[in-house]
Design a protein around this ligand. Structure first.
Ligand SMILES: Cc1cc2nc3c(=O)[nH]c(=O)nc-3n(C[C@H](O)[C@H](O)[C@H](O)COP(=O)(O)OP(=O)(O)OC[C@H]3O[C@@H](n4cnc5c(N)ncnc54)[C@H](O)[C@@H]3O)c2cc1C
Length: 386
């Protein structure tokens, strides 16, 4: 299919879970839908698993848990696991495992000319370096082999993560934010989660909702969830329909004053666009930095443990521009103007200065030169060519 598309000069996009804004194309191109092809092989002794085609995140999590393992997986059960890993992959277990791309061991990829390439450390070390974070820009990955961890690495015998939701009236945002700042900065406990400005059903009263997670062995008992079910509470946000997108920026610190300004922006959004009632402005934290792998790669977010991760959700097409403007205002408020204080995430952003997505000396230059080598015509996106 890729050879035919390249030979006929027909543009194409691979599609796995189909959640992104980048797996659609106009009438002059084709979508290579991988949903008829998916699978997973687990090598327990070798502590690795090979994912095929469009296997979804939840399918990976369940298969691994059945075999006594887990890996760095994310918030969206129906997201394609392969594009998630290739694009960096912020995970529920980043502080134990590192990012999704840190788990990649090797890949089988169809390149821009239609040839099958074995991307291993021995055969293609530079390409392996590139697909660990920028893998959606080099070819169609049919198989990805990743590292897996025994469930006991979650710090308890049952393979569970502790979760809890705490709801406060929005009027208490100031007090909640000051308290959360202490907790989010306390690396002695492995906490993570989201602080959400939203109007949760059924009452729809504006609230600050803390959706917290804890990995380890808590002194007191709390809500427990088996690792593969940890994202089930967010199924509604992954359901297709209406107008949804993420507004994401990686941050180096939590600023209470800026957070309180975003409360006002969210209130303005609700009064101007009532159809955006499901929109949540979310501040996401990990109390400890991501685990850093013992190899270098194109992924450059290991200095980030805070995110503004807005879920934009509205139902009226005519609200699009205003909702986007207010989301942009929220992101700009949280990140400030000092470029060293924030970073963009390749799994959520494809616009703006690309050096905010691939930071670190020489990284962007190396990626651009590899792109020229593997896909000079921009068959697999024009990213890294401009
Ligand atoms: C509900 C939800 C929660 C999310 N949570 C997280 C999170 O916690 N952490 C995180 O990092 N991200 C998260 N994301 C973002 C998500 O990981 C990325 O948007 C991902 O790329 C989407 O994959 P997809 O299969 O659903 O989309 P698709 O639109 O199918 O694919 C995404 C991109 O990858 C390309 N692609 C698809 N398959 C392949 C392939 N086999 N080889 C090469 N390129 C391919 C597509 O052309 C497209 O450009 C979340 C997204 C949603 C919708």
């Amino acid at each position: 299919m890729v050879q035919w598309a390249v030979g006929s000069s027909v543009p194409f996009f691979p599609r796995s879970g189909g959640h992104s804004e980048w797996s659609t194309i106009g009438e002059d191109g084709i979508i290579i839908d991988l949903s008829k092809c998916h699978g997973i092989d687990i090598d327990a002794a070798g502590r690795k698993a090979t994912l095929r085609g469009s296997i979804l995140s939840k399918q990976v999590a369940v298969a691994l848990a059945d075999a006594g393992f887990f890996t760095a997986l994310e918030n969206g059960n129906t997201v394609g696991a392969i594009p998630y890993f290739l694009g960096g992959g912020a995970s529920l277990t980043t502080l134990i495992t590192g990012f999704g791309s840190d788990q990649i061991l090797s890949a089988r990829m169809i390149d821009a000319t239609g040839n099958i390439i074995e991307v291993t450390d021995e055969k293609q070390p530079d390409l392996l370096w590139a697909i660990r974070g920028a893998g959606q820009f080099f070819g169609l990955v049919t198989e990805l082999t990743i590292k897996i961890c025994p469930l006991s690495d979650l710090g308890n015998d049952q393979g569970v993560i502790w979760v809890g939701n705490f709801v406060f009236p929005l009027e208490r945002a100031d007090e909640v934010a000051h308290t959360m700042k202490l907790l989010m900065n306390d690396g002695s406990k492995a906490t993570a989660g989201l602080m959400m400005i939203m109007a949760p059903p059924p009452t729809r009263k504006p609230a600050v909702v803390i959706a917290a997670r804890f990995t380890g062995r808590p002194k007191r008992s709390g809500g427990r969830v088996q690792a593969p079910n940890a994202s089930d509470g967010r199924e509604a946000m992954a359901a297709k329909g209406d107008f949804k997108r993420f507004g994401v920026v990686g941050l180096r610190r939590f600023d209470v004053g800026r957070f309180l300004q975003t409360v006002d922006i969210w209130k303005r959004l609700q009064s101007e666009c009532p159809d955006a009632i499901n929109t949540a402005f979310n501040f996401q934290w990990d109390s400890r930095p991501p685990r850093v792998p013992d190899f270098d790669s194109s992924m450059s977010l290991h200095d980030i443990r805070y995110w503004q991760n807005n879920l934009i959700w509205h139902t009226d097409a005519s609200s699009r521009q205003r909702v986007d403007e207010l989301n942009d205002e929220c992101i700009a408020t949280m990140r400030g103007s000092d470029r060293s204080e924030y970073a963009d995430f390749q799994n959520g952003t494809r616009t703006g200065p690309i050096e905010l997505r691939f930071r670190g000396e020489g990284k962007l230059e190396k990626l651009k030169s590899l792109k020229k080598q593997w896909d000079p015509q921009g068959v697999v996106t024009k990213q890294l060519l401009d």
